[in-house]
Design a protein around this ligand. Structure first.
Ligand SMILES: C[S@@+](CC[C@H](N)C(=O)[O-])C[C@H]1O[C@@H](n2cnc3c(N)ncnc32)[C@H](O)[C@@H]1O
Length: 190
């Protein structure tokens, strides 16, 4: 699906984020059979973008999250672009995840890490459930991105975080890719 078709179906905001993150996803060259987790479902932009690339994704957020960021209509959006069959939703808390050790090839966290209370515990859990050489791909808005979010949507939105500050004791190799909206951190388990 091209970005104009996506804009017609899901709107400008979705299309803008899609354009920002798609080069990063393409660059990762994940196998089509990769086992993928998306932490922090929200509006479903991350899970839907992965599914539009034909990846199967498990996505979730805490059942008891009553903030304006959670329980959005991601399923309706996924149905509009006909990828709902590729997305499995299950509630979970990223600080203590219900998944086996070394069970994922890739974990994506888009615009969500700064909303999680215990970031260190979350990244430790990511390390545990990733296979060797697997990746965590964290998209955090850059300073312009945060400004736009606060002006247009959420005036009290928290600051972005740098995940590298929370993984000093874990064997991750990190890379930073700067995009117009997101700073993207790719942490590879060594
Ligand atoms: C702004 S939304 C993320 C946007 C979303 N990733 C997207 O692609 O549209 C923030 C998300 O973080 C989730 N979140 C907050 N604390 C969490 C936790 N402890 N574990 C998992 N998800 C959490 C919220 O429930 C919400 O879904």
């Amino acid at each position: 699906m091209d970005v104009e078709e996506l804009r017609d179906l899901l709107g400008n905001e979705f299309a803008y984020i899609f354009n920002d993150i798609i080069p990063v996803i393409n660059g990762l060259k994940l196998e089509k059979t990769a086992k993928i987790l998306d932490i922090g479902t929200g509006m479903g932009r991350m899970a839907i973008t992965l599914a539009l690339k034909n990846y199967k994704v498990i996505t979730g957020e805490p059942e008891n999250d009553e903030t304006e960021y959670a329980k959005q209509d991601w399923l309706e959006s996924a149905r509009k672009v006909k990828v709902d069959h590729l997305i499995t939703y299950m509630p979970f808390n990223a600080e203590e995840m219900p998944f086996e050790d070394a069970s994922f090839d890739a974990i994506f966290i888009l615009g969500a890490l700064h909303h999680i209370s215990d970031i260190e515990a979350t990244l430790k859990e990511c390390f545990r459930i990733l296979r060797l050489n697997g990746i965590v791909c964290v998209f955090e808005p850059n300073s312009d991105g945060i400004k736009i979010i606060r002006e247009k949507k959420f005036p009290t939105h928290p600051d972005a975080v740098d995940p590298r500050n929370y993984v000093r004791e874990l064997h991750f190799l990190s890379e930073l890719i700067k995009r117009p909206f997101y700073d993207t951190y790719i942490l590879r388990k060594q």
